[in-house]
Design a protein around this ligand. Structure first.
Ligand code: GLN
Length: 454
């Protein structure tokens, strides 16, 4: 098989199914086929694990010369970015082939991809259902076999929740493990880029290719990087698993709880042990997250002013109107809601009551995790309270939509890594996700735990 064959397969599959799934916003076909031809000449030489692999990239990750919209009308004309994100540079160096850019909720704000200003992505398992979000395109493209590898981003669950809904493997790395340079910022203290794949092993290879210190990202960690695919192979005998009781309580659908409990049985049979623990501040996580992430978003999105980036309103007759009209025409409702919430939370007189308090809650949540990890190797629970919901079901009710991330958000607030792997099907035939949460920079134990289950 040649790289050209692989790339053709990918475009054939897109041609056949993407009309129903809507995972891709922009295809890179001409450049991808040209690159595949070049790589074919090198076939048989020294090759990396990812040589010639077709890859999809979430549309908030900047790709040189390839349109990058963030799912927003504001960036509809951002056709020719001048540089590649660090992760894309690293993958190019491994000779992957970028097939196209993947749909997402506008500026990564959402849990269903219905906030894309272009088109909602559909769940390949059943197109009446959402694929999750905000990396819905990234998860759906892998689930539908359009690409086997994709990149997503996760601020409050946006890799793990769509991975769970689409039955694929998705990892949110430890904060600081993967460079954010070239990721359009939503909430800079929470955002991480991560891999979505069909198998745990693929996932380990894709993570390996994108990690490492980057001087272009001041929060990038300078640590020794293990070999994840090797670490993955160790068995789970003696592994100490913690199961937070808050993750199996009311609000979690019985069939999700049962799927998690039977996964724990599988671990028991392999010689691991598990005990119930408590993450007592979990209940405050969603409230703290929406204050902090919206505050950061309101600052990060100030750069979209119609001057430097994106589409400028044609109606404006003076400078102030240019800012105002460009922003009111360019941003969708959810983005505006977050900017207003964040601006309010940061305004003088309210700062201590909201932003500062939310920061304190964040510390309490992190301390909860630290405490559990003193006695246990890994935390296991569900990724989401329910399997995928129907398209249109929650779109008019932001608070219900926000509550969907209740089990993924604490992980971002604590900065620890978390993965979702498939662990069963619901009565409606939709995938259920098992969430595996590790210590800071201990992705190895996550891969080991995930691989043993697979
Ligand atoms: N659904 C959450 C939100 O809307 C998380 C999004 C994300 O992780 N990017 O903020």
């Amino acid at each position: 098989i040649t790289v050209s064959d692989l790339v053709s397969e990918s475009y054939n599959r897109i041609q056949a199914v993407d009309g129903q799934v809507n995972a891709f916003l922009t295809l890179n076909e001409e450049a991808a086929r040209a690159k595949a031809k070049q790589l074919d000449e090198k076939l048989g030489g020294d090759a990396s694990a990812l040589f010639g692999i077709p890859l999809g990239v979430k549309d908030n990750i900047v790709t040189k010369g390839l349109r990058t919209t963030c799912g927003s009308q504001f960036l509809d004309n951002f056709n020719d970015p001048l540089y590649d994100a660090t992760v894309v540079q690293k993958l190019e160096a491994q000779n992957t082939v970028t097939i196209g850019k993947l749909n997402m909720d506008e500026f990564a704000m959402g849990s269903s991809t219905e906030n894309s200003s272009y088109v909602p992505t559909k769940n390949p398992w059943n197109t009446d259902y959402v694929p999750g979000g905000s990396s819905g395109g990234s998860a759906a493209a892998v689930a539908a076999g359009e690409v086997f590898f994709s990149l997503g981003s996760d601020t409050g669950g946006s890799i793990r929740q769509p991975a769970a809904f689409c039955g694929v493997v998705g990892l949110k790395p430890t904060y600081g493990l993967v460079s954010r340079f070239g990721l359009v910022a939503f909430a800079s203290s929470l955002d991480q880029i991560g891999p979505l794949t069909r198998t745990v092993e693929d996932n380990a290879h894709l993570l390996q290719a994108i990690v490492g210190h980057d001087k272009m990202d001041s929060t990038s960690a300078n640590i020794d990087i293990p070999n994840y695919a090797d670490a993955m192979k160790q068995d789970v005998k003696g592994l100490k698993i913690a199961v937070p009781k808050e993750y199996l309580q009311e609000g979690v659908a019985p069939e999700v709880r049962e799927a998690v409990l039977s996964a724990l049985k599988v671990y028991e049979n392999m010689g691991a042990t598990w005990e119930e623990v408590s993450l007592p501040h979990s209940r405050y996580a969603v409230a703290a997250y929406y204050l902090l992430s919206s505050s950061e978003a309101s600052a990060n999105l100030a750069r979209f002013d119609g001057v430097r980036y994106g589409v400028r309103s044609e109606k404006a007759e003076n400078m102030l109107d240019m800012y105002k009209l460009s922003r009111s025409e360019g941003f969708g409702d959810e983005v505006k809601r977050r900017i207003m919430l964040g601006t309010f939370a940061l305004s003088s007189g309210y700062y201590d009551a909201y932003y500062k308090k939310a920061q304190k809650v964040r510390t309490l949540i992190k301390n909860d995790f630290d405490k559990v990890f003193e006695d246990y190797d890994i935390i296991i629970g569900p990724t989401t309270p329910t399997p995928a919901f129907k398209i249109g079901e929650k779109v008019d009710d932001p608070l219900t939509m926000y509550a969907n991330d209740i089990l993924t958000i604490p992980v971002n607030l604590a900065g620890v890594p978390g993965m979702s792997i498939p662990c069963g099907l619901s009565s409606e035939g939709l995938p259920i996700g098992l969430q595996i949460i590790g210590k800071h920079f201990d992705e190895s134990t996550i891969y080991r735990t995930a691989h043993a289950f697979e």
